[in-house]
Design a protein around this ligand. Sequence first.
Ligand SMILES: [Zn+2]
Length: 280
Amino acid sequence: MFYIGCHLSVSDGYAAMGKTALSIGANTFQYFTRNPRGRGFKRPDAEDIAALTAFMQEHNFAPPLAHAPYTLNPASEVDRIRDYTREAMAEDISVLEEIPGALYNFHPGAHVGIGVQAGIANVAQTLNIVMKEDQRTTLLIETMAGKGTELGRNFEEVRGIIDGVDPALRSHVGVCLDTCHISDGGYDIAGETDAVLEEFDRIIGIDRLRAVHLNDSKNPVGAAKDRHEKIGEGFLGLAGITKIINHPMLRDLPFYLETPNELDGYAQEIALLRSQRTGE
Ligand SMILES: [Zn+2]
């Protein structure tokens, strides 16, 4: 089954996202757990979440990808930021426990001068504090482009975070591969797909890979920029993206578009990608 969806707004609630996804040809979707720029948290309505869950089962959806707000920084040493990050992640996980198989994607954050190793240790400690052994939600470390002091810029840094997680909690940690970010980070995922995925497998382990952010890039390999482009209109190109969605190491994972589009643009991209998919 080809699981493909895009980023949707949560503003009309959870059940509404399922219906919107279906209306544009998607069978999964991503959303922000809360306003990425704002603070304050209102727990979502349990009935709304239950309605979404039933709808997703009825229509054979892959679980949604909940994206943590950008304002979090799990790598921070600053008390105020660290406390807010922990509180928000723990709240988000407690909501996601209501959605079977939910995936919770987060940015590892920026070390802001304390150094890569100290930053990585802080991210791992954050995970050890916010996770519980008996949780059902899987947390996904997103691969980043490497702007500024951003962590997760290469597979070694992602592996370092996982290694710092308590072994009793490690089964709840996976990775979300962002095709634009890793290309901007220096991995030629569109051109050298096999070699990049073999490197991922060697350093992190392919079984940790649970989701793909499918984005083209406005910039060439290694630009360290992080500017998403529409599918087929950037440096990855349609041929590269087609290889990615059909690759045996990736094809069974859910793909989530974060391309610069409104709903009709996403509908067109999903139709295009479905037409490029082999063996369905
Ligand atoms: Zn992200």
